[in-house]
Design a protein around this ligand. Structure first.
Ligand code: HEC
Ligand code: HEC
Length: 402
């Protein structure tokens, strides 16, 4: 957490004064996943720090956790504001027309419950989709890219004939999202967040995370989520008065996530330069668009900024092997949003040296993730496999240095 880093830096200074040498070094700029965007006003920075604390705050039953839930804090799933681990994955219930799971469990399996309530269980025959937590940094910049810039890359009927379509997930925001919220509005809006771009605003993403993932009610979703497989839990299960989360705290977390900076890319080297050229030549960059730009924004730190995300934020059919058969908004059961590749350089530092890539964490390295690409990405994948060993190494070095 940033607060911790500030304290670490502070105690390092104290130790320096006391014994003449530095005990711990705070990470340099651009080396963390939880730094604020550059150029925040003092007010924005103060709100960021408040939201940072709330992001790490572990709920207890007295303070609103449950009755059913998946985890106790945002940070417990989004490790270090980065990616999650397989044990923090969410199991989404399937939503195919013939599958009754939505009626018997809502959007996801809540496998934990307070005493007095019953955790949800997976019923036989219900399709599921495993989703690893994506990183949360840079999502404010993603939200500030004008919808028109993203839609300009969509080619739903593949009119340019390159085998890559790219579709937008247009979804109606939840009823509680104010019309003037970024990503809000009447009628379908462009989805940008989560693995199928099924969410249009950070406010909705985060309000639903509190409600679904932690069982914490707010002004926007004031009624507890209960296990429909057994009905209302006993009154001892969750004693906290609804809404459990003050609006100011919810807003602070939205603000915090919005103002998180992406980490800086690694040093340029001749090998990485070659890898970057190959990334464009073999077609990776058609979906993993290196840079987009934000538009005007009331937050200056988000206005007219480059966004080096390596994604078009559009949906692509990735083939049978990656299909989860669970539609989400307009996304089909074979489509996924192009995963941004920024921050890949640092992932192992926050996950005990491991990497869990792709929506379900099934790839343990960048190379494995590429090899599992299919569908619209089959041509690029095959071109990667057919590169010389040196060229493959250069491309991997480039991607892993983002
Ligand atoms: C139980 C684990 C879990 C908890 C707790 C959790 N998340 Fe998530 N989060 C996820 C998963 C999984 C996804 C992707 C969901 C999907 O694709 O359907 C996600 C997606 C997101 C995204 C979208 C990121 C992107 O790039 O599209 C944001 C932002 C986010 N979470 C913020 C939060 C915040 C803030 C909290 C605390 C209020 C929180 N999450 C709590 C698991 C969790
Ligand atoms: C047709 C669009 C498309 C093309 C072309 C494409 N990708 Fe992807 N890429 C995706 C999508 C969509 C995902 C998410 C798939 C999933 O989670 O199941 C993804 C995921 C990834 C991931 C995993 C990232 C993570 O954090 O989980 C890496 C690494 C990656 N791509 C690299 C590449 C490279 C390198 C190339 C070129 C050889 C390439 N991709 C070509 C669409 C594409």
């Amino acid at each position: 957490m940033t607060v911790r880093f500030v304290l670490t830096a502070f105690s390092a200074v104290l130790m320096l004064a006391a014994c003449g040498e530095i005990g711990t070094e705070a990470p340099a700029d651009g080396e963390t996943l939880d730094a604020p965007l550059p150029g925040l006003t003092p007010e924005e920075l103060a709100a960021f720090l408040k939201g940072d604390e709330q992001f790490g705050f572990a709920f207890s039953p007295v303070l609103g956790l449950g009755p059913i839930f998946n985890n106790v804090s945002c940070a417990s799933c989004h490790s270090g504001d980065g990616r999650g681990r397989p044990e923090n994955a969410l199991t989404r219930f399937s939503r195919s027309a013939t599958d009754p799971a939505l009626d018997i469990g809502g959007p996801q399996l809540q496998d934990k419950a307070l005493p007095g309530a019953t955790p949800e269980t997976l019923l036989a025959g219900v399709l599921t989709s495993l989703r690893l937590p994506p990183p949360v940094f840079g999502t404010g910049l993603i939200g500030a890219i004008p919808a028109a810039s993203i839609l300009a890359n969509a080619d739903p009927n593949d009119q340019d004939g390159d085998g890559i379509s790219g579709r937008a997930n247009m979804v109606v925001p939840a009823a509680f999202v104010p019309l003037d919220e970024p990503g809000g509005g009447s009628g379908p809006q462009l989805g940008r967040f989560s693995r199928k771009a099924q969410v249009t605003s950070l406010l909705q993403q985060i309000t639903e995370a509190y409600h679904q993932d932690m069982g914490v009610t707010s002004d926007f979703l004031p009624v507890e989520n209960v296990n429909p497989q057994v009905g209302t839990p006993t009154e001892t299960a969750d004693l906290a008065v609804d809404p459990e989360l003050p609006l100011a705290d919810l807003r602070a977390v939205v603000h915090y996530v919005r103002l998180l900076a992406p980490p800086a890319p690694g040093q340029d080297t001749p090998q990485r330069q070659l890898g970057e050229d190959l990334f464009a030549q073999i077609g990776c960059a058609r979906c993993h668009i290196p840079v987009m730009q934000t538009g005007s924004n009331i937050i200056q730190a988000l206005a007219f900024k480059p966004v080096p995300l390596y994604s078009d934020l559009l949906l692509h059919d990735m083939g049978d092997a990656l299909a989860d058969n669970r539609p989400d908004g307009q996304a089909t059961g074979r489509e996924w949003k192009t995963t941004p590749l920024w921050g890949l350089r640092l992932i192992r530092q926050f996950l005990n040296g491991q990497a869990f890539l792709l929506h379900d964490g099934s790839a343990g390295s960048v190379e494995e993730a590429i090899i599992r690409h299919g569908g619209e990405a089959q041509v690029a994948r095959d071109a990667f496999v057919n590169l010389s060993a040196d060229d493959r190494a250069a491309l991997l070095d480039f991607v892993e240095s983002r």
